[in-house]
Design a protein around this ligand. Sequence first.
Ligand SMILES: NC(=O)C1=CN([C@@H]2O[C@H](COP(=O)(O)OP(=O)(O)OC[C@H]3O[C@@H](n4cnc5c(N)ncnc54)[C@H](O)[C@@H]3O)[C@@H](O)[C@H]2O)[C@H](O)CC1
Ligand SMILES: [K+]
Length: 465
Amino acid sequence: MIPPGAPIVTAAQMRAAEEAVFRREPQEDVMERAGAAVAREVSRFAQGAPILVLAGPGNNGGDAYVAARLLKAAGHDVAIAASGEPGTGAARAMHGRWDGEVGSLYQARPRPVLVDGLFGTGLSRPLERGIAPVLAELVAASRFSLAIDLPSGLATDTGADLGAPRGISATLALGALKPAHVLDKGLERCGHVLLADIGIPVESQWRSVARPQLAPPGARAHKYSRGLVVVVEGDMPGAARLAAHAAMAGGAGYTVLASAGDTGGGPDALVRQRIASGDDLADFLTETRIGAVVVGPGLGRDRRAEGLLKAALNANLPLILDGDALTLLGKSAAAWLQRRTAATWLTPHSGEFDRMFEGAEGDKITRTLMAAAEARVTVIHKGADTVIATPRGEVRVLSRASSWLSTAGTGDVLAGTLAAQVAGGNKQAAEAAAWLHARAAALAGPAFIADALPMHLPQAISECL
Ligand SMILES: NC(=O)C1=CN([C@@H]2O[C@H](COP(=O)(O)OP(=O)(O)OC[C@H]3O[C@@H](n4cnc5c(N)ncnc54)[C@H](O)[C@@H]3O)[C@@H](O)[C@H]2O)[C@H](O)CC1
Ligand SMILES: [K+]
């Protein structure tokens, strides 16, 4: 699990937050708190086993010297191995407070418990001088390993691998999460992600996804006040039905399937509206009580699909675009979407995202933010990590959802769940939908089919009331 609702900051933002604190408090005091947090976590897991603490040249190494001292004082058997002399004033001070020997990293003997304090947010290039193989070996030979702030060899802002070991048991993020803790590639190297408060106030528009706070319908609620959702059916009616079912189970008051013919199926409470063409849809979308429109699941890519998509884009209603709608928009997505005055949400997987936003470069957070700003929409960029970005620069990241979600139709369920939250007036609809979807998947257990997901949404919702 990733600490929910926690701020996510880049290395530069973390440094700025630290420096603001150092104007009123000695750096050594902050480092003492960081080292104490590390020692606390390590002693919980060490259970008296011998500990090897690795210390690097910077402040990550400074934290390591503090942790080693406190663990030793608490009665643990602690050895330190360093990659070189401490290079910062605070790290030198902490080295000075350690009264034992300091061995060389390159001669270190494995111990059952390993603390990785080689590099943290200051890592600026791939690990050098044979550090990576030595570190990998010491991690592999340990029973429990904890990385201070980040596994050494992970790029803080992208999670890119610069020589990080595999198999770290836990990573204690200091002060805030960093992108490497939540983005797929970095996360797989972190083990359990823990977060320590080290007394550095951090302001960030980026957070890990948290469980939403939802309210039950008021005493005077009716089907329209709960939210009217319209799902547009296309070539593959099953996909639209999945979205419609999810909208219903996700709390919408009234769900309409706009379909060319009666393809049957779906819950009895689902209302069908005959919509043969884009013109029909344009007429129907003049109904002002509609709270959200979903276009794209199983839409197809023919002329009729194009007509339906255009009608939805031109309607002044909250719009959720998924699947084929995203492929149809392709490179012209931003140009089309900028013109809309009502709110829009896009739910692309990486293939759809790349087709729409070819120019976006960098890590997934950066690219998703660029797309959201350019198209002036909220983007829910799905995958092993789901990155949500708004045009106002807010980011939410959902990591470690059930890998059983990798099956056809689960995206349609997300689109419908989102529509219910949008139509119901949730101001944090995207984050809420991502959480509910992931929670429904966890409740569904292994090897579920997408049809089974909506039936777990009510339980997921009940956990948010
Ligand atoms: N600022 C503070 O007092 C606190 C920081 N905390 C911890 O400190 C690290 C960040 O510390 P910093 O000194 O900026 O960086 P590192 O310790 O990660 O390493 C910097 C050190 O390493 C050299 N270097 C960079 N890349 C490489 C490489 N590939 N190979 C070899 N050497 C490399 C670089 O030149 C520097 O000398 C943060 O993560 C926290 O753990 C605490 O939070 C307490 C307060
Ligand atoms: K580290």
